[in-house]
Design a protein. Structure first.
Length: 300
């Protein structure tokens, strides 16, 4: 789907690469285009990848604006809420992070303009990637589980595959996809496989989604990504209602979680049954450790 939104000279260069190893394309106005390829960053030139600056491809402010227009089917107004949140989604599971000038109203960002940088993240469906951790996520019941890692270590890919596994177990799964990154919903339709018994609620904050979703959809388990400190109460409330939660959070390990605002409450309250620590030691999605609610390793 990149060819729909990128100019021809970038598409020609990217076609030289193995799409399955392409994770990110970073565009900065007036600077070399860089890509995350196989977990490492390179610059892009017409004939492929390089670690040198010479002959690298660049983009202009005008090109970034054109990419944004194509990404939203030529209607920036129709996706103003997403732009205000700093991202756009494109069919095929592509999400574009945005930087530019914020237009504010009453102290709140209303939209972004004059785009200066984009991070195009390419989603990959890796069926079965969570096979090894599923016994820790679901046995006779689903466990409250938190996937923990720095950005770019495969949390979203794992969550998507976990949702498929839970759905295959015939559980009612509610996928809360706040930034439309897990299912990549376009016009209400998930672009990526998230399971046959998975219902998707996207584009809203987790507090609203948990409250409404539990009341109206009666899920057995909620799957969601990127918890913030403000979301800890929603997770605790769901658990108190008998609904398991499988989520992710940005942190290096349990120590980092303990200093992340409200997320430390998930540690101290012992609401979370399993902490699965991911890293990129052997590529994105490497399992570093799995901890129980008392932070004891289950892999020892």
């Amino acid at each position: 789907m990149l060819e729909r939104i990128l100019p021809g000279y970038l598409n020609s260069a990217l076609k030289r690469l193995d799409y399955q190893r392409l994770y990110e394309v970073r565009l900065r106005a007036g600077h070399p285009v860089s890509v995350n390829y196989g977990g490492k960053f390179y610059f892009l030139r017409a004939r492929g990848l390089t670690t040198e600056i010479a002959d690298t491809l660049t983009v202009s402010f005008e090109t970034l604006g054109e990419i944004a227009v194509r990404a939203c089917d030529y209607s920036l107004y129709s996706v103003g809420d997403r732009i205000a949140s700093g991202f756009l989604t494109v069919a095929g599971g592509i999400r574009i992070g945005l930087c530019g000038e914020a237009v504010t109203e009453n102290g709140h960002a209303k939209t972004l303009k004059n785009f200066s940088a984009m991070n195009i993240r390419v989603a990959h469906e890796v069926g079965g990637c969570s096979n090894g951790i599923m016994p820790y996520v679901y046995a006779t019941r689903p466990y409250n589980t938190l996937l923990v890692s720095p950005p770019g270590c495969g949390k979203t890919t794992f969550l998507r595959d976990i949702a498929v596994h839970l759905s295959a177990a015939r559980l009612n799964v509610l996928l809360v996809d706040e930034r439309c990154e897990i299912a990549s919903v376009q016009k209400g339709v998930p672009q990526l496989d998230v399971g046959l018994t998975t219902d998707v609620l996207s584009g809203c904050n987790k507090a609203y989604a948990f409250e409404v979703g539990i009341r109206t959809m009666r899920p057995d388990v909620i799957v969601t990504d990127e918890l913030s400190g403000d979301d800890a109460a929603a997770v605790a409330d769901a658990a108190a209602c008998g609904v398991a939660v499988v989520a992710s959070a940005h942190a290096y390990d349990q120590h980092d979680l303990s200093v992340r605002g409200g997320l430390n409450k998930l540690l101290s309250s012992k609401v979370i049954d399993r902490f699965i620590l991911l890293d990129d030691t052997h590529g994105p999605g490497s399992v570093h450790d799995i901890l129980d609610r008392n932070l004891n390793s289950l892999l020892a």
